[in-house]
Design a protein around this ligand. Structure first.
Ligand SMILES: NC(=O)C1=CN([C@@H]2O[C@H](COP(=O)(O)OP(=O)(O)OC[C@H]3O[C@@H](n4cnc5c(N)ncnc54)[C@H](O)[C@@H]3O)[C@@H](O)[C@H]2O)C=CC1
Ligand SMILES: O=C([O-])C1=[NH+]CCC1
Length: 312
């Protein structure tokens, strides 16, 4: 190693990563990614190594953005484990490299990056696809992603009501205890999503928990969990009847149980909507099936590192 990398912990990443800077950079990078041949971005579908014995996975998410001079990879572990386990179910480290010389320039906490960039991408999907009048936000799940989605969505949008459901009610109650604004704790998914304009699914579910029959026509769903080809959050009818958008078609066809097992057609990539090459009819029920891309981590990590350098 020719130089020692800068090491940034979770608090530093949170301090250095501004949502205002992140969102336009993500839009621009995802738009560019969806232009493929002219994009100058190399991002293979993530390699995922199963850790059978412990119900977990190790994902490797490299990306090279030639025009931006960004070479990056995230290493992420994610587990499907009991709620009483004290370790976070998603943990990650992001490495930035010098693309010319090959050494690592920065190593940073990837949990913060994963939480913030995933919520920011979901917010971009909601900005483009949610109903013109969106008063009610519903969050299904009460973990790390639930919190980052709550923070980002309530910062960017104005909802009249926010609801949360968690499989164990006490987890939802604990979730709302930390919040300054009132959030309604719901007893069932059906109650939580009924009449909601925007629904975020951020659970560790492996079977569908959200059915088409409970959802208001025209709602927008940011479906963030179920990142394995045999895991589900949404039922077949919802997947087949909604317009389904993804972050990456290749990723979705390789990794999304909601898409693979329902046989749903992908209507477009979020980047294509950003580019204006795929329509975004707000009156239709829409699903953004998020899987996460190395590109999103790279954009966030570069922002963090550039900000850190500007302070030296
Ligand atoms: N699309 C993306 O870019 C990313 C997706 N994820 C995925 O998002 C989901 C949430 O991640 P975290 O918030 O980090 O996890 P977490 O463990 O902090 O929260 C998971 C939540 O799901 C609930 N849950 C677990 N099993 C369930 C089940 N069978 N039915 C209903 N609820 C259940 C838990 O009670 C908890 O509220 C996971 O599936 C994770 O793999 C995580 C990071 C990025
Ligand atoms: O993009 C990401 O980091 C992940 N997606 C699913 C689990 C972790």
């Amino acid at each position: 190693m020719s130089e020692c990398p800068v090491v940034l912990n979770k608090d530093e990443v949170i301090r250095l990563l501004s949502l205002e800077d992140l969102i336009p950079r993500l839009e621009s990078a995802m738009g560019k990614f969806s232009r493929r041949s002219t994009s100058g971005i190399i991002q293979p579908v993530r390699s995922v190594l199963p850790i059978h014995k412990h119900h977990g996975f190790l994902g490797l998410m490299p990306v090279y953005m030639a025009d931006e001079g960004v070479l990056c990879t995230k290493l992420v572990t994610f587990y499907n484990r009991a709620e009483n386990c004290t370790s976070p179910s998603t943990q990650a480290t992001v490495l930035l490299f010098d693309p010319e010389r090959g050494h690592v320039t920065a190593m940073m906490n990837g949990e913060a990056i994963t939480a913030i960039r995933t919520a920011a991408v979901s917010a971009i999907s909601a900005q483009l696809l949610k109903p013109a009048v969106s008063d009610v936000l519903c969050i299904l799940g009460s973990g790390q992603q639930a919190r980052s989605h709550y923070d980002v969505f309530t910062k960017i949008f104005k909802f009249k009501e926010v609801r949360v459901w968690s499989r164990r009610r006490e987890m939802a109650e604990r979730f709302v205890e930390d919040l300054e604004e009132p959030v309604v704790v719901c007893c069932s998914v059906r109650e939580a999503v009924s009449g909601a304009d925007v629904i975020v699914t951020v659970t560790g579910a492996t079977e569908p928990i959200l059915g088409a029959e409970w959802i208001k026509s025209g709602a927008h769903i940011a479906a963030v969990g179920a990142c394995r080809p045999d895991w589900r959050e949404l039922d077949d009818v919802l997947m087949r009847e909604a317009l389904v958008y993804v972050d990456s078609r290749d990723g979705a066809h390789a990794e999304s149980g909601d898409i693979i097992l329902s046989g749903a057609q992908v209507f477009g990539e979020l980047g294509e909507v950003i580019n204006g090459s795929v329509p975004a009819p707000r009156e239709k029920t829409t699903v953004f099936k998020s899987l996460g891309m190395g590109l999103q981590d790279a954009v966030a990590a570069k922002l963090v590192f550039d900000k850190w350098k500007s302070e030296q």
